[in-house]
Design a protein around this ligand. Sequence first.
Ligand SMILES: Cc1ncc(C[n+]2csc(CCOP(=O)(O)OP(=O)(O)O)c2C)c(N)n1
Ligand SMILES: [Mg+2]
Length: 337
Amino acid sequence: MAETQAQPRHAELGLTDQDVLDMYRAMLLARAVDERMWLMQRAGKIAFIISGQGHEGAQVATTWPLRRNHDWLAPYYRSIASAITFGMTAEDIITAHLAKGDDVSSGGRQMPGHYGGAPYNIVSLSSPVGTQVLHAVGIAMGAWARGEDVVALTSYGEGTANQGEVHEAMNFAGVHRLPVIFVCENNGYAISVPLEKQVGGLSVAARAQGYGFPGVTVDGDDPLACYAAAKEAHERGRRGDGPTLIEARVVRLTSHSSDDDQRRYRDPAEVEALKQQDPLVGFGRQLRELGVLTDELDQQLRAEAKAEINEASRRAEARPEPDVSAAERHVYADGEA
Ligand SMILES: Cc1ncc(C[n+]2csc(CCOP(=O)(O)OP(=O)(O)O)c2C)c(N)n1
Ligand SMILES: [Mg+2]
C-alpha cells in the first residue's frame, strides 16, 4: 500500500504556495513602510511614529481570513501590517502620517498611527486605548441586526486589555454571540510597564472563558499558527457561534514610539535577544524549509518592497498640504461633506 505523503503545514490550512508568499510579501512591505517612516520622523517630516516591528506576522496572518471590502477592521496604532493586508497601500499610510490634505484616513486630521479608510472598511481609532474594541462590537451588532454575514476584527495590546471598555465589549459580544474576533497582540509591555505588572494571572486569553467564548494563545512569531486561529475564529463568527479571543504573543522590536527610549527600562541583552524572534526572519526560514522561498526569490521580494516604498514616499510627499478652507470639514454638520 502506498504511503500517503503528509501535506506541508500551509497546505493543510488551505493556503497555496502563492498565498504564503503573498503573506510574506505583505510583512516585508509593512516593515519597509515602518522603517521608512522612522527615517521621515527623524528628518522632521512626521510628528511621531509608533512602530509595528515584531508584530507583522501576527497582524498579516490574523487579518488574512477576512474578506476585503466586506468584513470590518478596527485596528490599533501598531497595525501597519493589518492595514496593508486589508487593502491600504504604502502610499496611503505615508500620506496619512504626513497629514496631507487628501489623505484617505482623515484628510490630514488624525494623528500618526490612526489607521483608517472608508474605502477599505477600516475604522480609524480614537486615541484613548481600547475604544476601537467597542467600535468592532458595535459594527458586528449592526450587521447582525441587518442579517448580514459580516465579521469584525479588532486588535489591541495586552495593557489595553485591562481597560474597562474592553471587558464591557467582550461581555456584550459574549451575551449576544456576535461575530467579533478580538486579537490581543501581547508584546509584554505597555510602554515601560512589563506584563507581570499589568496582567493579573498573566494570561489575557483565559479571560474569554468568563465571557462565554473561546480564548486561545498563539505564538505571534508564527504566522501559520496565527492564521489557523483566525481562520477558525472567522468561521465561528460566520456560523453564528459568536466571538473568539486570540492572544498572539509577539515581540516589540523597537521602543514604544519615537518619543520613547526602551534602553531606560529594558535590559540591553533582552533587546538584543528579541532579534532572534523577528517574525520576518522566522517566517522566511519556515518558507525556505517548506521549499517555497529561495535566497534569490527573497532578494527579489525585498528589492520589490524597497522599490514600492521609494515610489510611495515620493508620491506621498508630492501630495498637497491641507487647505485652510477645509479646516471645518467633518467638524460641523453643515460643513462641506
Ligand atoms: C485610556 C488611555 N490611557 C493611557 C494612554 C496612553 N497610552 C498610549 S499607548 C499605551 C500603552 C498600551 O500598551 P498595550 O496595550 O500593551 O499596547 P502596545 O503599545 O504594547 O502595543 C498607553 C498607556 C492612552 N492612549 N489611553
Ligand atoms: Mg503591549
